[in-house]
Design a protein around this ligand. Structure first.
Ligand SMILES: [Zn+2]
Ligand SMILES: [Zn+2]
Ligand SMILES: [Zn+2]
Length: 150
């Protein structure tokens, strides 16, 4: 037998187009080499997507846990919608743009230490990012208040 039918691409190809596979009756793999490779890549991508998805879900549930542990409201403007709330590092000097992986390990670390209130504050994205843009790193909400008082 010098040719074999590949049911995947539905072509008959010479046997050298197939990998050896001892568990098959004819000693050749079920699909031809290109199909075999293609299906491997596909399952690899699928696997990766699955992992990313489970990471995302884990991060989401950790964030919700974090928000609950830190009172569930923005310390500045009182925002309670959890999708607007974010992790806010009080030691501003060590601020770095958070990658989701870094956030995940940071949240795990915080949870392990019983959510230390003195290190982190809960802020909404508005207050968190708005503050970054101002030179004194105080939220515009707070600035208005101090202006009003003076
Ligand atoms: Zn094929
Ligand atoms: Zn806020
Ligand atoms: Zn604010």
């Amino acid at each position: 037998m010098m040719e074999k039918y590949c049911s995947h691409c539905q072509k008959t190809k010479p046997v050298r187009e197939f990998y050896n596979n001892r568990s098959m009756p004819d000693g050749l793999s079920y699909n031809c080499k290109p199909c075999h490779k293609a299906s491997n890549t596909k399952s690899f991508i699928k696997h990766k997507q699955k992992r990313l998805e489970s990471n995302r879900l884990r991060l989401q549930s950790l964030i919700q846990e974090f928000i609950t542990a830190y009172g569930g409201v923005c310390e500045c403007c009182g925002e309670v919608e959890w999708t607007f709330l974010t992790v806010d590092h009080m030691t501003l000097g060590s601020r770095r743009p958070h990658k989701s992986r870094g956030t995940l390990s940071m949240l795990y670390n915080l949870r392990r230490r019983g959510w230390p209130r003195e290190e982190y504050k809960l802020h909404c994205f508005n207050c968190n990012l708005g503050r970054e843009r101002l030179p004194n790193r105080t939220c515009a909400h707070k600035k208005e208040v101090t202006h009003g008082e003076r």
